[in-house]
Write a protein that binds this ligand. Structure first.
Ligand SMILES: Nc1nc2c(ncn2[C@@H]2O[C@H](COP(=O)(O)OP(=O)(O)OP(=O)(O)O)[C@@H](O)[C@H]2O)c(=O)[nH]1
Length: 371
């Protein structure tokens, strides 16, 4: 079973290490390993001073911890080697704390693009800390901070204990507009239960929980890009801001089944022509060739996780649903492209038997859902 990875990101001083210190003592973090890009001012409370030979140390809580400066991939491979040669008995999950200035996308890419790591690990989610006192100013001044919020699966609002209520409310509204699908958790309630297991796979139910993972209704309800009769599709929650103004969060849903070739073409077009503009894409697609086994897609910028075929629909909702967070790419553009591709009958239909036997192989897709 692939080992879940949580990526913890957030701007400088926004409370990543403080949050990590709390998470480490949670029973859900037993047999977990923490990888820290670089130490900030505040170290982990239980950090041993002497680092072991290979840089991996055991914390008093039982968690393993190591710091890396460059080669994250090598560290992730090291952990697998330890597991495989028995030096490590179990590894329940990995939490990677990034440096505050980092764009988390390259870290996600490193995992998603690696042919071996992508089999042994699964990206559980991105957790982003936002400072309730300085968050507004940080989002105004730093585009990376906006990106960190846009790719998040969970947002942790820190320091609300010392922030003014009005400021916190405005910040929450801004976060919801930037990334409607990510629940915003107050630092006080930011337990392992609230932050871990945000991926597709729900370990307690042993089935993929697509509804929770996509949170598509939040995009529909956000009103982010709704037209309010003023002729502009701009969001209306807060004053115009130069970074936020580039970001759009929206969803597409259709009852229609999509031919596998059309889906592949849609993804290819998005990736090749507009990759850097796609901050995050997630979705479940009803394939024309295999109505009972939907395909899950998941992308960060130009990198898409190998599409996974679910053995069946996880719930009663059998529609194709896609959620997008984009930068400088209007909703209408994506919608029209999707309509054009998914709505066009396939002229050059491949051999029907081949499609029935293995529709994904025909279209070049591979991979099945592995919990
Ligand atoms: N009052 C209050 N202070 C907090 C909270 N979270 C973090 N802090 C304080 O904010 C400061 C920065 O917190 P860190 O956890 O070091 O932040 P970080 O994101 O790891 O910082 P870098 O590693 O420098 O990017 C520390 O002095 C913390 O004690 C919070 O929820 N409330």
């Amino acid at each position: 079973m692939p080992i879940p990875i949580t990526v913890l990101t957030g701007f400088l001083g926004s409370g990543k290490t403080t949050l990590l210190n709390r998470l480490i003592s949670d029973p859900a973090m037993a047999d977990a390993a923490v990888i820290i890009n670089e130490f900030g001012e505040v170290g982990l409370d239980h950090m041993l001073v002497e680092a072991a030979e290979d840089g991996i140390v055991e914390l008093s809580s039982g968690c393993l911890c190591c710091t890396v400066r460059g080669d994250l991939v090598k560290t992730l491979e090291d952990f697998l080697r330890r597991l495989d040669n028995g030096r490590l008995e179990t590894l329940s999950r990995i939490v990677i704390e990034t440096t505050g200035l980092a764009d988390p996308a390259p870290i996600l890419h490193a995992i998603m693009l690696h042919p071996y790591l992508v089999l042994r690990y699964r990206l559980d989610g991105v957790v982003t800390t936002v400072d309730a006192v300085n968050g507004m100013a940080t989002l105004d001044a730093h585009e990376e901070a906006v990106k960190q919020v846009a790719v998040a699966d969970r947002i942790v609002l820190t320091k609300s204990d010392i922030a003014e209520d009005a400021g916190v409310a405005a910040l929450r509204e801004r976060l919801a507009a930037l990334n409607p699908g990510a629940p915003v958790v107050d630092a006080a309630g930011a337990t392992a239960g609230a932050l871990l297991n945000c991926g597709l796979f729900d370990p307690t139910r042993k089935i993929p929980d697509v509804a929770r993972w996509l949170h598509e209704e939040a995009y529909r309800d956000s009103g982010h890009t709704h037209d309010h009769g003023d002729g502009h599709g701009h969001h209306h929650h807060h004053d115009v801001n130069r970074h936020d103004d580039h970001i759009r969060a929206f969803s597409l849903a259709t009852d229609r089944a999509v031919p596998a070739t059309a889906l592949e073409m849609f993804i290819d077009l998005l990736r090749s022509a507009h990759g850097p503009k796609l901050l995050r894409v997630k979705g479940i697609v009803k394939l024309a060739e295999d109505l009972d086994r939907p395909v899950v897609i998941h992308g960060v910028q130009e990198v898409f996780h190998p599409p996974a075929t679910l053995p069946e629909w996880p719930d009663a909702d059998h529609r194709t649903r896609l959620v997008f967070i984009t930068r400088d790419m209007p909703e209408d553009f994506v919608r029209r492209m999707f309509e054009a591709i998914a709505g066009t009958p396939v002229i050059d239909t491949p051999d029907a038997a081949a499609l029935t036997d293995n529709p994904l192989a025909v279209s070049g897709f591979s991979g099945t859902f592995k919990p």
